[in-house]
Design a protein around this ligand. Structure first.
Ligand SMILES: Nc1ncnc2c1ncn2[C@@H]1O[C@H](COP(=O)(O)OP(=O)(O)O)[C@@H](O)[C@H]1O
Ligand SMILES: [Mg+2]
Length: 378
């Protein structure tokens, strides 16, 4: 097996994966533009690999940063000559083949998935990279899968003694069979207003806030367009606090940031389409003792969900009671230069391009550890 990969004396070949078969495809193009610009070219040889909305991979000859109507600057994704991954050609490198006759093979030492959402951040891609035995940035299969699943994450967090907002999860069959009973029982249990969300999604795609019972069925049907399960949650009148966590087995927490949406909640429009949709306050104006408890809880939650590499841990801080809840963990958070995750590290003393170096180091460290695991009985 090749040993070059992860040797810091070599110029590492980094494969930046972006785009993806996900509702957050465009967000990823924007994150990728920032990552590609900031990766240290004297240390890394970079290959941009765009994944289109149908899941096809395209190695980019000359990726360009181009304007985009909603996202400002994004990385172009040209669909020329599809490539495919051959995970049987293992050996610490990911090998990608051009499927044209006589097409060439390409290999990368480390994969940096700058992707978000389904088939990107949910453990599926991570499984492919594990089979290829290539180091990669971001949580591994288990951490990605549970981080993406709002229902499983809540159960694990509850078991770890971390407060979460009361909720009920239903699948499509249960909904089809008993719409009326379900609506009534959930409203009796949780009250109004409520949030209805797909269990596995991101960027507020499929999320609705409902204030009246008559909006219930329409919102649940809407959430089911994005997943096979829906989670219905009590709405909390809250401040939204975020913490960036970085590391493998002994992770560190950044200072806290606050998102102040100017919309009814932090919707997709507020996040990406309305330039005035939300304001970020770093560090968040929170007294020290409470901030320390939230940061400690962020690390505890990160470990409870088997995360490694990085994650942004999001909290709701109840305006009335002062109680906080862990809302969700994002294992591949937005990564534009103005995104919360890199901004929080910058405010904690780790600038953007150093953060990318650290993520690559962590990917190598985790990979070395995984490669040392015995796969034979003797
Ligand atoms: N229970 C809740 N109480 C108050 N606001 C909520 C609640 N659930 C979601 N929201 C609002 O909706 C946004 C998106 O929900 P979230 O659970 O973070 O899903 P996503 O993974 O799509 O970001 C949150 O940032 C917040 O503004
Ligand atoms: Mg969120």
């Amino acid at each position: 097996m090749r040993q070059k990969s992860c040797n810091v004396n070599d110029k590492l070949k980094i494969g930046v994966l972006y785009g993806g078969r996900s509702g957050e495809h465009d967000v990823s193009l924007c994150s990728a533009a920032s990552v590609i610009s900031a990766l240290n070219k004297s240390k890394y040889e970079i290959t941009a690999i765009g994944i289109d909305r149908d899941g096809r991979w395209y190695v980019q000859d000359k990726p360009q940063i181009i304007p985009h109507k909603d996202f400002g600057r994004v990385l172009s994704l040209k669909k020329r000559g599809a490539w495919f991954v051959n995970h049987f050609e293992q050996g610490n490198q990911l090998r990608i083949f051009n499927n044209k006759k006589g097409g060439k093979a390409l290999a990368v030492d480390i994969v940096f998935p700058v992707l978000h959402g389904t088939f990107c951040e949910d453990g599926t891609l991570q499984g492919l990279l594990e089979l290829a035995m290539v180091p990669y940035v971001g949580a591994d299969v288990a951490g990605s899968a549970v981080g993406m699943d709002k229902d499983i994450a809540k159960r694990l967090l509850t078991e770890a003694g971390i407060p979460v907002v009361p909720s009920v999860t239903i699948n499509r069959q249960q909904w089809r069979d008993k719409k009326k009973d379900i609506s009534k029982n959930i409203i009796d249990k949780l009250g109004l207003p409520l949030f209805v969300k797909p269990v596995c999604a991101g960027s507020s795609v499929g999320v609705k806030k409902i204030k009246e019972i008559k909006e219930f069925a329409k919102s649940v049907d809407f959430a089911f367009q994005y997943d096979t399960r829906a989670i219905i949650e009590k709405a909390v009148d809250c401040r939204e606090i975020e913490c960036a966590v970085l590391g493998n087995e002994a992770p560190a927490a950044s200072v806290l940031g606050e998102i102040i949406p100017r919309h009814e909640f932090y919707s997709y429009d507020a996040k990406y389409l309305d330039p005035q949709g939300a304001r970020a306050q770093i560090p968040a104006a929170i007294e020290d003792k409470l901030a320390t408890r939230i940061r400690q809880t962020a690390v505890k939650g990160y470990l409870a969900l088997c995360c490694s590499s990085m994650a942004r841990v999001d909290f709701f801080l109840d305006k009335k009671t002062g109680k906080f809840y862990l809302n969700e963990i994002n294992t591949l958070p937005g990564f534009t230069s103005i995104s919360m995750y890199p901004k929080l590290w910058e405010a904690t003393g780790l600038p953007y391009s150093k953060l990318l170096d650290k993520l690559i180091e962590l990917a190598c460290a985790r990979h070395r550890q995984k490669m040392s695991i015995k796969t034979e009985r003797i």
